[in-house]
Design a protein around this ligand. Structure first.
Ligand code: FES
Length: 342
């Protein structure tokens, strides 16, 4: 048995024991410590922390979740690391991101499913009444849920696109993947009335309410979902702070949720939206290029440095971080959530 201590970004120390055959994530959970995670199989990077001292053995993982540079710098994935000595770890999140009770598991009914853009579906789920949680969809705007297929065969995490609400509604935008188990279900078998298991809410990609800086959202494809959730929440609170949305897709017909974006502009009159299409095949009046290119241009003339919220594929996040850094946005004012295909 080894001793593990994890120092959070805000200086709290979290300690637990781990057997050599445990992953650090499982060992923490046995001690009722629920550390940030998503896929639990080395694919997403949500559980990445830095190793200050001690040794681990890393099981197989994707380079999307942990790059070679990150590994060389001492980073590890909690869901893939087994201890080989006592460990001192440093986390990129605050103590508030750590749960001390299991993530809730609830059941939800599929109430709507419709195509909304080439290759993208909009899903609406409705929580069933639950003796512990009631009906409400309580979460923090920007968080995600993990869905399990009705037959239990596959799980997948998706960001919520709507704001928290009392009637238990969950809205998701899902990009169909050619050979994804979840995509196959949605394409071929999903039916209104299906019951899905929901594990959540989870995730730390949420608004920093303590900051007064403008909020800029840079999103690719279904990375729009958490930004929509956060902006809708701002709209409900009539938040007066300056905000921008850079929403990018590859082709014009992949754009979706434009009606939702229009409604947002009514609720948040100060919101400036830039629709970005990388390869527009017909006449296109808005930005041609990636949302990161639009971000970089806008930063050139921005009167103050914004907080930047980025969501999309790993390459988009890396490019947005680089654009932000070279325009003088401090590293800790860039918040991100990686979307990986599955
Ligand atoms: S939870 Fe560990 S990489 Fe996804």
């Amino acid at each position: 048995m080894y001793k593990v201590s994890l120092l959070t970004r805000d200086g709290a120390t979290i300690a637990f024991d781990a057997e050599p055959s445990d992953t650090l994530l499982d060992a923490a959970e046995r001690a009722s410590i629920y550390l940030p995670s998503s896929c639990r199989e080395g694919g997403c990077g949500a559980c990445r922390v830095s190793r200050e001292s001690g040794d681990v053995e890393l099981m197989a993982y994707s380079s999307v979740a942990l790059s070679e540079d990150e590994r060389m710098a001492g980073d590890i994935l909690l869901c893939r690391a087994q201890p080989r000595s006592d460990l001192a770890l440093r986390a990129p999140f605050d103590e508030a991101a750590v749960g001390f009770a299991p993530v809730p598991k609830r059941r939800a009914t599929l109430v709507a499913i419709e195509p909304v853009g080439s290759g993208t579906l909009r899903l609406q789920l409705q929580y069933k009444d639950d003796p512990t949680f009631g009906r409400a969809a309580q979460f923090t705007a920007g968080q995600f849920i993990e869905l399990t297929l009705p037959d239990g065969s596959s799980k997948r995490s998706y960001s919520l696109a709507n704001a928290p609400n009392w009637d238990g509604t969950l809205e998701l935008f899902i990009r169909l993947q050619p050979h994804g188990a979840f995509s196959d279900y949605l394409r071929d078998r999903a039916a209104i009335g299906d019951t899905l298991l929901v594990r959540g809410p989870q995730g730390q990609f949420t608004l920093d309410e303590a900051s007064a800086a403008p909020r800029w959202f840079v999103v690719g494809g279904t990375g729009l979902a958490p930004a929509l959730s956060m902006l809708r929440q701002m709209g409900e609170f009539a938040d007066p702070r300056s905000c921008r949305l850079f929403f990018g897709v590859n082709k014009v017909d992949e754009l979706f949720a434009l009606d939702a974006i229009d409604s947002l502009k009514a609720a948040l009159p100060q919101l400036v939206v830039t629709l970005c299409v990388w390869k527009p095949e017909k006449e296109w009046r808005e930005f041609t290029g990636t949302p990161v290119e639009a971000l970089a241009q806008a930063l050139l003339t921005a009167p103050e440095r914004p907080d930047i919220y980025v969501c999309g594929p790993p390459a988009l996040i890396a490019a947005a971080e680089e654009a932000g850094r070279s325009a003088g946005v401090p590293h800790d004012r860039i918040f991100s959530e990686k979307f990986t295909a599955a």
